[in-house]
Design a protein around this ligand. Sequence first.
Ligand SMILES: *Cc1c(COP(=O)(O)O)cnc(C)c1O
Length: 414
Amino acid sequence: VAGWQDDARSTAIAADDRDPLAAVRDRFRLPDGLVYLDGNSLGALQPAIAQRVATTMTDEWGEGLIRSWNDAGWVELPGRIAARIAPLIGAATDEVAVTDSTSTNLFKVLAAGAALRPDRRVILTDDTNFPTDIYVARGLAGLTDRHEVRVVPPEDLHDHLDDEVAMLMLTEVDYRSGRRHDAPALTAAAHGVGALAVWDLAHSVGVLDVDLTAWGADLAVGCSYKFLSGGPGAPAFAFAARRHHAALVNPLAGWFGHEQPFAFDLDYRPAPGATRLLNGTAPVLSMTALEAALEAFDGLEPAAVTAKAHALTTRFIDLVDTHLDGRIEVVTPREPARRGSQVSLRHEQAYAVTRALTDRGVIGDHRPPDIVRFGFAPLYVRHLDVVEAVIRLADLLDTGAWDQPRFHERQTVT
Ligand SMILES: *Cc1c(COP(=O)(O)O)cnc(C)c1O
């Protein structure tokens, strides 16, 4: 029987034929028949990365051994990757350090920000922020015994911006709802009371047209295993605006953030710019994978990536509104500029629905209490994938096939 499904499929195929990013998809390998809508949690693999890492292991590590720090350019890896990430976030290379995890980098930039605003005691954030950000801020506050982490609803942020606030610390795209903050306006509001603006770009980088320089952002962090597809646990990054470099302090000072690590000087002299945010030895295998992954962004216009993100999420929302109305609810903002490349649906039994969908070859994920979450990585998700996901979800909800005991059993990672 011909139905909305066939119409939706042919419209999507036509959109895929016109997609200016279609060729980039060929760099990625996804299992046959799988609809992968979780690139916001773990980006997909490009086979070229596996090749590159294999060569690094056999030739550079196996044969070159310690010589490879110089001969294979391992020592320059963080700087080379910073140069690739900088244009994706509207930064200069010397404002970016590629290192550690997002959580660790957040600790470092918050401590640096606290030192830049020594007379102020409040770190202001909102209650939609990602838990690790709040844990890290509270951990820092516990150490200084001087700071208070104030967590308020997002709509109340402006009311709490006053001359006690040292830093406004926010995540641009809400991991749960997909809502995108108005980063330029919030940065300006923070500056209006003399506070710094600290942004977490975990769900923005590689998919939204982020411009830290245009926003006037002070400090930022971001993740490279999500939309940058750098591989599980790939090194993260930290950003510090150039105007803060002279006074920028890394609380985890280490030899790779030293001006001359191999001078073995007992006195710490920070490296220029954001490089001082480095700490210890770089994880060369993970860095190699990340560097190779970023080649997918070569020559791509950030605006084209964002445009496809909007097109994919709009298609998904429209199909859900039209065909699943009343059975599941879209909680992500409908205005494209107000959301990331993510759509979240609310369902009472969201966990079981997510597991049942995975069983049908559509991978999204679950966030408590009641969210089924889908991320749309524009570099490899097709319009047809969007349609297949909605078709399979519609069938599950129509038949009730999601409601089986095996789909209710909790796994560790959701
Ligand atoms: C994914 C994510 C992180 C991840 O932090 P890690 O230290 O890499 O585990 C941090 N912040 C936000 C907002 C995230 O979405």
